[in-house]
Design a protein around this ligand. Sequence first.
Ligand code: HEM
Length: 123
Amino acid sequence: MMILLSLHCLFAENDYSTKSDWLLETKGDEQKFKAIQRQLRGFDLAMVEVGYRFNTFYFALKDKNYKLAHYQWDKIRKSMENGIERRPKRKDNSKRMFLDTQYRSMSEALDQKSEKSIWQEYE
Ligand code: HEM
């Protein structure tokens, strides 16, 4: 049964190739763009990047490495903006919850390199 299942997976007919040129070998522009859209995903994938960078941001703050912290903070913004491009319905909440609020106040605290304001903002 498992062997049959594996063979089915290996030889199943689909739009994808198992070769590295899977996109080049996907037929037709529309299919190619659909494949790219699927791979780029939505806001959920932006959140994975946000989560990863937020973790690094936290440890950079602990190390007082404000240059790295600021870099990660700005990449979090970039990741959310790109996520909004893919999922425009997330725009209002993103602005209200982060881009127009916490992002700005933390950026100011980082610019000032003020440990007190940074941790106040963090909380
Ligand atoms: C700085 C930290 C974070 C901020 C400011 C943030 C902010 C947001 C905002 C504004 C939305 C859109 C809400 C809406 O319009 O309904 C959202 C959605 C979401 N967030 Fe986060 N988030 C953060 C971290 C995370 C983390 C660490 C995860 C988990 C890995 C996560 C998972 C999600 C998921 C799954 C969605 C829904 C995505 C979708 O279905 O389109 N977020 N977040």
